[in-house]
Write a protein that binds this ligand. Structure first.
Ligand SMILES: NC(=O)c1ccc[n+]([C@@H]2O[C@H](COP(=O)([O-])OP(=O)(O)OC[C@H]3O[C@@H](n4cnc5c(N)ncnc54)[C@H](O)[C@@H]3O)[C@@H](O)[C@H]2O)c1
Length: 369
């Protein structure tokens, strides 16, 4: 076999990396890298088509989709992600289960494959932090979390790295999610009071709100006509499915709405409720021209976060880099690469040389008849 190794970064490896580096160090670096990647992003260099996938009702309601990215001249990164909102209650599994693979564009070789569950949560939190730094009030003191599942943990983590919160208000339709939230965020050592609240209070009192619910298609929005601060910034994380929305149309219409990826947000995000002319600049434009958008800090703003492959690329690169530095991960020879590239059966058995010579002689004899 030729050496053509694929690096496997398992869940345990990802955890080891975080334990080695520290939760905050990883989150801060990710926020910084994501910000830089967005600042330098150019669609001629990095191609990101719309994601595609399968939605189904059987055996349960869910979807599996693939999110590809092509970095010209370098690699292709594809995240495959499943959304199964019954997973936590019915199977004690995360709603989002995912893996990310990276391919060499010179040969097609699978360079690496990495857990996508924790990196997705990390990068989704980091994304909200990056955009909130521009669109939310700098001195935001109250953070509201509607939906207290896995993503809410990293939303809190990432935002707490860039804002100095004094109070966290939380709500979830599931009591266990509310009651376990303080314990699930204990590792962040935030020392900020977490107050169980309701949606009206949360949107009324918060400076920044993150909605990260698995609200069913057709059951949103999460609130209607509630009064809010005039500068409320919402990171709308949960809407990523046709027909699934969290934010009321009236609030969107009063706000500067910034989608991560407009064509996708129009199909799956909050933007599906809006006529295209009411949709603001996407986050690439906002991040690349920050000075033009900080004026929105005093207005209502919404980040329509549907999830973009650039985020997965950045987090994959970062963890691959950490793995190399720390010597973590397992190399496997996953692909069949024979010594003779045109001999896929070469592994079957070694044929003794005498037999081959004999066959050759017989062949020549037959030829000369
Ligand atoms: N934008 C992105 O890039 C991105 C990335 C990952 C996940 N997501 C989406 O974020 C959402 C949350 O993901 P998660 O991993 O935290 O899931 P999760 O299942 O861990 O948490 C979702 C929580 O929402 C709660 N919920 C459902 N309906 C609600 C309602 N009407 N009001 C209040 N709470 C409600 C559930 O009880 C649950 O605790 C999902 O919809 C997921 O698809 C988006």
């Amino acid at each position: 076999m030729k050496k053509n190794k694929t690096l496997l970064l398992s869940a345990r490896d990802v955890q080891e990396i975080i334990l080695n580096k520290g939760l905050n160090e990883v989150m801060d670096t990710l926020i910084e890298r994501l910000e830089k990647a967005l600042q330098s992003y150019h669609p001629d260099e990095v191609k990101i088509p719309m994601r595609s996938g399968f939605n189904y009702e059987n055996p349960v309601m869910g979807l599996i989709e693939w999110m590809p990215l092509y970095h010209k001249g370098n690699d292709v990164v594809i995240k495959v992600v499943g959304y199964h909102p019954d997973n936590p209650t019915e199977r004690n599994l995360p709603t989002i289960i995912s893996s990310i693979s990276a391919y060499c564009t010179k040969t097609g070789h699978l360079k690496g494959i990495i857990d996508g569950v924790l990196p997705t949560a990390l990068r989704t939190g980091a994304s909200s932090a990056v955009i909130s730094k521009i669109l939310a009030k700098k001195d935001a003191k109250v953070l509201g979390l509607i939906g207290c599942g896995a993503q809410a943990v990293t939303q809190l983590h990432a935002l707490s790295r860039v804002f100095d919160f004094e109070k966290i208000l939380i709500y979830d339709s599931n009591k266990n999610a509310i009651n376990s939230f303080a314990q699930r965020t204990h590792a962040l050592e935030l020392n900020i009071p977490i107050q169980i609240s309701n949606i009206t209070e949360i949107v009324g009192q918060s400076d920044i709100v993150c909605t990260a619910t698995s609200v069913d298609v057709g059951l949103g929005p999460l609130f209607n006509g509630a009064s809010t601060k005039s500068h409320l910034h919402i990171n709308a994380v949960g809407a990523d499915f046709p027909g699934k929305v969290e934010i009321p149309l009236s609030f969107l219409q009063e706000s500067f709405v910034c989608p991560d990826f407009k064509p996708q947000a129009l199909v799956e995000g909050e933007c599906q409720q809006l006529d295209e002319k009411y949709i603001g600049s996407d986050w690439v434009q906002v991040i690349q021209n920050q000075q033009d958008y900080t004026k929105y800090r005093n207005e209502k703003t919404v980040f329509d976060s549907t999830g973009w492959a650039l985020e997965d690329w950045v987090v994959t690169d970062l963890f691959m880099e950490y793995a190399a530095e720390l010597g973590l991960g397992t190399e496997v020879e996953l692909e069949s690469i024979p010594e003779d590239a045109k001999s896929p059966y070469e592994f079957v058995r070694e044929i003794p040389i005498e037999t081959l010579v004999l066959r050759e002689v017989e062949y020549i004899k037959n030829e000369s008849k």
